[in-house]
Ligand binder design. Structure first.
Ligand SMILES: Nc1ncnc2c1ncn2[C@@H]1O[C@H](COP(=O)(O)OP(=O)(O)OP(=O)(O)O)[C@@H](O)[C@H]1O
Ligand SMILES: [Mg+2]
Length: 612
């Protein structure tokens, strides 16, 4: 987590939000319109009540606009309505029915819109993440990425569906309430609106505190998710070292800290809402008391007073809600920043003019120097020529740079300009399309990974529509058939997290079979025979030679017998090539290869490992 890049500021947040809103915008716009309609109906009812009290029952002069009077006249006039009070009652009921309809439509449209929004967000994020460079995945923790794609996505949904759409409703509510209040009694309207700027200013000031608080909470939720994810993935290590207590303590501490942050946020939010409630309460008190005084003094009619109190109640709803909106907005702002961090990370791209070069040519490593961190060279001056169709063996101690060299060949890490190059058939791999390069290099990684799928799907993952015969052939070449026959469900056996756990050797063989299905002209085996016994190791290599004789093969191994049939072997030490030759030459060169050879054959007794 320490070396994780810090969150970028939300400079293009709106643009990202619009990108996410693609496909759901129309639903939200319609939902806003329907919601605005319910608000309009809410606005009409107090006017019906006012007219009924003042004009229909009270017999006062109408203060309504001409078009309202026209409607009243068409219904028989105020006096007639006063004698038939069921008319306003029916009007209120009809408007109520319309309100229910609009409310229903708002809910449906909003739900549909938010589901499309969430789907779009997840799809966009997943597809972007899958195109991010390998190095990005190595520097960002899985737990935190998952948290961003779940909790943060959900927060954005809540914000858009619940807050953003209600902004418009609230704006209409405020504008209409103000309009009616000012049109009925300017003095009273001024009294009602005077405290509002104070309440608004107070909310805006508080928003900053909340934003910071939510940011810290989110970051710590990421840390808690990380511990859970690591413990689930690394359950074997935890159990094997009886580390449960320490891990539970570690989790407990992170969890406690995370909870304490939310308790603190609870206090901050609680304080905010309480003070805001007091301010709103005072505003309502002002309107009620002054309204009553004005009504008693005759400066306001009873109907106006009732309508005024209704509008003020409606006005205080958005003001109270403002606090919640700002708090949700602060949360959503943090979440949008966190999603933007992912979306701002640059996808892996081919160089302009990258080609699908012929991959059956010679592979040349030319003057390669590489480091992960400035100043710590992992590979230095690497020069190797691997003729097409030949086998290169690589021997070297732990951390000597063997896997790194293969990651460079697969362009999982880029060699910076001026630090040498790798060519295949004379073409710099920088100029080869990534997908083309990787489709033509079958790599068995040092730590094979099995997906929670059937064995068949795990092996056949390299190509679409692979026939079972191809999978069986690959499994056969990797000496896995016997093991598969041992499983009751054969190739349909579920492996990985939710299925049968393969042994280390079975996993390695399944990974080898997987690479073989790729039928690539270049094959890399990174310590892929370490968990396989000598006999099987020899059998696999033999079948490889038979079936894939034309491929260029690179084998990394600590076992001399595995390398004995290679055309050439390089010995790496501290990132440099210290020996280079055919296995026969190196056996008598008096170097590390010879030492290891003699020990592994039992000629020497002393303990010498590949790492010296
Ligand atoms: N992603 C990374 N970031 C920083 N350093 C790394 C990274 N991957 C490997 N290293 C460092 O680079 C060096 C070479 O690692 P590499 O995995 O290439 O060694 P190796 O020869 O394959 O070792 P082994 O035989 O144990 O597999 C090591 O010191 C390792 O700590
Ligand atoms: Mg390695």
């Amino acid at each position: 987590m320490e070396n994780k890049p810090t969150l970028k500021q939300n400079n293009g947040g709106t643009q990202l939000l619009l990108q996410f809103l693609k496909g759901s915008k129309l639903y939200f716009v319609l939902s806003i319109i329907c919601s605005a309609m319910t608000t309009l109906i809410d606005m009409i009812n107090p006017q019906i009540i006012r007219g009924t009290i003042d004009n229909a029952i009270g017999g006062k002069e109408s203060g309504f606009p001409v078009w309202v009077n026209d409607i009243v006249e068409s219904l028989g006039g105020f006096r007639y309505i006063g004698e038939h009070l069921w008319i306003p009652a029916i009007a209120i009921a009809v408007f109520g029915l319309f309100r229910v309809g609009f409310q229903f439509a708002t809910t449906i449209l909003n739900t549909t819109g938010s589901e499309i929004l969430v789907k779009n967000m997840r799809d966009t994020l997943f597809s972007h993440i899958s195109r991010l460079p390998y190095s990005w995945h190595m520097t960002n923790s899985t737990g935190d990425i998952i948290q961003r794609c779940t909790t943060d996505v959900d927060r954005m949904r809540t914000f858009v569906a619940e807050q953003l759409t209600s902004v418009f409703r609230i704006l209409i509510l405020v504008a209409m309430s103000m309009y009616f209040m000012f049109s009925m009694n300017v003095k009273m309207a001024l009294i009602a609106t005077a405290p509002i700027p104070v309440i608004l200013a107070y909310s805006v000031i508080f928003r900053k505190d909340m934003h910071e608080g939510f940011k810290v909470c989110d970051e710590n939720e990421g840390k808690v998710s990380d511990i859970i994810q690591e413990n689930l993935t690394g359950v074997r290590v935890v159990r094997a070292f009886a580390n449960e207590r320490q891990e539970v303590e570690r989790f407990g501490k992170a969890n406690e800290y995370y909870c304490s942050l939310w308790v603190h946020m609870g206090k901050v939010i609680g304080k905010f809402f309480s003070i805001q409630d007091i301010l709103c309460g005072m505003q309502i008190l002002l309107v009620t008391v002054f309204g009553a005084v004005f009504a008693v003094k005759g400066q306001m009619t009873a109907g106006e007073y009732v309508a005024f109190v209704s509008y003020n109640g409606m006005l205080s709803f958005p003001i109270r809600r403002l606090g919640r909106m700002l708090s949700e907005m602060a949360k959503a702002g943090v979440s949008l920043n966190r999603l933007q961090y992912i979306m701002d990370s640059e996808e892996e791209e081919d160089r302009p003019g990258a080609v699908d070069a012929d991959m059956t040519g010679d592979i040349k490593f030319e003057d390669i120097t590489f480091c992960y961190e400035e100043g710590h060279d992992v590979l230095k001056d690497i020069n190797i020529d691997v003729p097409a169709g030949s086998t290169l063996g690589i021997l070297g101690g732990t951390g000597s740079g063997k896997s790194t060299l293969m990651l460079l060949l697969d362009k999982l890490y880029e060699i910076p300009e001026g630090h040498g190059r790798i060519t295949i058939g004379g073409v710099d791999i920088r100029d080869i399309r990534n997908q083309h390069l990787r489709k033509n290099i079958a790599m068995v990684l040092q730590e094979p990974y099995m997906f929670s799928r059937s064995l068949k799907d795990n092996i056949g993952i390299t190509r679409e529509h692979l026939q079972l015969e191809d999978i069986q052939m690959a499994a056969d070449a990797a000496c896995l058939t016997e093991a598969i026959e041992g499983f009751t469900e054969g190739y349909d056996t579920f492996v990985g997290e939710r299925g049968v756990t393969l042994s280390g050797g079975q996993k390695q063989r399944a990974a080898i079979a997987r690479a073989l299905t790729q039928d690539a002209p270049i094959m890399i085996f990174d310590d892929s025979f370490s968990a396989i016994d000598n006999q099987t190791d020899a059998a696999i290599r033999e079948s490889l030679e038979k079936r894939f004789g034309t491929a260029t093969i690179i084998i990394i191994s600590h076992r001399i017998t595995t390398l004995s049939r290679a055309d050439q072997v390089v010995v790496l030490d501290g990132g440099r090539i210290i020996e280079h030759g055919t296995p026969e030459e190196l056996r008598q060169a008096g170097g590390m290869y010879q030492k290891i050879y003699e020990i592994q054959l039992g000629i020497r007794g002393e303990e010498v490992r590949a790492d010296g």
